[in-house]
Design a protein around this ligand. Structure first.
Ligand code: GAP
Length: 443
């Protein structure tokens, strides 16, 4: 994990928020390569949802919503709170549920749970609501309290009727949304795994109650397939079914997709059977009928919701962990003799932040540099492309391998004679000689 964190820091992926001030409250900034990787993850998810399924449409709702939304959804009451315990001896704090999930529960001879770090006695659990508060307008009183959304899906429920009618959608159909969410986590941890400001990709699928189980199974498999199609190793993925105690307050049934991180198996996505919880509660609290009328069967009902919900940051960490690999002693010709370890990010090509690097074999030959820059300019309007002329060619390949660039194009002396370059594949290191005008179609 330390190696991944260092790589993302050193190579422009992820930085602490407010870094000159020492960082801030488990918030992180994405640098030039991080934002490309993040955008690529979001694009594959968005395309999967809105293009490859013809009954799912997109939405971008506001982060700030009426506080009544959060009252009706149950987020302001006990439903959306974590239980915190503190060691009376070393004062380390733990989320009670984490101790259980991570198998860190230690029970002493008196049958009490004790601190996993020093065996000290723990305080009684105290509940903390996770909603982030702010104020709307100039006066900071109870009437102006608002909340930063804790999950993006509430914006989808607010627009369910409007989207269904304006797009003339028939059940079953889905609404997909990507956006920021905020939670006042009591124990943020593991780099970008649990943050206070993060991004979610959520899809709410509205179904007839009698078909909810069928669609639940469908989406569970579809979502697992998404990770596998993007090259994630099968052995690092598994389902975890929620027990009664683990189920969220809105869920009738829930499965997590878990990833085997360097720090253990942890949730990256939740698939939830939310029943009619959301639409019924919002109907009750708002006084607006959020039911659906089926023109064909003449039946009116409150649709059930099957939700797929994944954290962008959390899945990004899983993709990075899965792609990170090392070769002891180096693998490229000129670096083979070095004793250190060569890192390669074997990201799926769709996800790689930089797609192509253009490298003149040497930098002190004017013709070579000119030709390489020409090729760079040609490609950079199509793909995220880097131009690099600094250091030996082996070192430059290595720098690209480390950030997961699938293709390196080398411009050499033969290029000047016959308009060909070499195209190097990150994973096989095979180099193919190819005519410049064929580069685009090849890539
Ligand atoms: N709408 C349902 C919902 O929000 P959740 O299980 O609380 O369900 C869904 O969250 C996903 O959002 C998680 O699987 C995770 O990927 C991401 N997520 C939740 N809290 C997070 C946090 N504090 N930091 C980063 N990602 C988080």
């Amino acid at each position: 994990m330390e190696k991944i964190v260092n790589l993302t820091k050193n190579r422009g992926f992820i930085n602490l928020s407010s870094e000159p001030y020492g960082g801030f409250s488990s918030c992180y900034d994405y640098g030039p390569l991080g934002v490309e990787l993040k955008n690529n993850i979001k694009k594959t998810w968005w395309d999967e949802m809105t293009k490859f399924h013809d009954n799912i449409v997109g939405l971008d709702a506001a982060i700030l919503m009426s506080p009544k939304v959060w009252e009706a959804s149950g987020h302001l009451t006990a439903g959306f709170a974590d239980e915190l315990v503190e060691c009376k001896n070393c004062h380390h704090r733990f989320k009670k549920n984490d101790l259980k999930v991570e198998n860190k529960q230690i029970i002493n001879s008196e049958g009490q749970m004790v601190c996993p770090d020093c065996n000290g006695k723990l305080t009684a659990p105290k509940k903390f609501n996770l909603m982030m508060k702010t104020f709307i307008g100039p006066v900071e009183d109870s009437a102006s309290i608002a909340y930063l959304r804790a999950e993006t899906c509430q914006g989808i429920y607010m627009n369910f009727n409007w989207v269904q009618r304006s797009m003339r959608l028939k059940i079953p159909f889905g609404i997909a949304q990507i956006g920021k969410a905020f939670r006042n986590e009591i124990t943020p941890k593991n780099f970008i795994y649990r943050m206070r400001e993060f991004e979610q990709m959520e899809m709410q699928f509205f179904v007839h109650p009698s078909e909810a189980d069928k669609w639940f199974d469908f989406w569970k498999e579809e979502r697992m397939r998404w990770y596998l199609n993007l090259g994630m190793k099968k052995e690092n993925l598994r389902f975890h079914e929620h027990s009664k105690e683990e189920l969220a307050h809105y869920a009738r049934k829930g499965f997590d997709i878990e990833y085997h991180f360097p720090f253990g198996w942890q949730e990256i996505e939740g698939i939830h059977h939310r029943g009619d919880w959301d639409l019924s509660n919002h109907s009750k609290h708002s006084g607006r009928d959020l039911s659906y009328f089926d023109e064909e069967t003449k039946e009116r009902y409150v649709p059930f919701i099957i939700e797929t919900s994944v954290g962008v940051d959390r899945s990004l960490l899983a993709f990075l962990s899965d792609a990170y690999s090392e070769v002891e002693g180096g693998r490229t010709e000129t670096t083979k003799s070095t004793k250190d370890v060569e890192a390669i990010l074997k990201l799926d090509k769709k996800l790689s932040p930089v797609k192509v690097a253009v490298l003149p074999l040497v930098k002190n030959k004017e013709d070579l540099v000119k030709k390489a820059q020409e090729i760079y300019k040609l490609l950079k309007v199509k793909y995220v492309t880097q131009y690099d002329e600094v250091g030996s060619i082996g070192r430059r390949y290595r720098r690209q391998d480390e950030i997961g660039t699938p293709y390196c194009i080398t411009v050499d002396f033969e290029t000047l004679e016959n308009e060909t370059v070499t195209l190097r594949d990150r994973d096989t290191m095979q180099q193919e000689r190819i005519i410049i005008k064929d580069l685009e179609s090849k890539i």
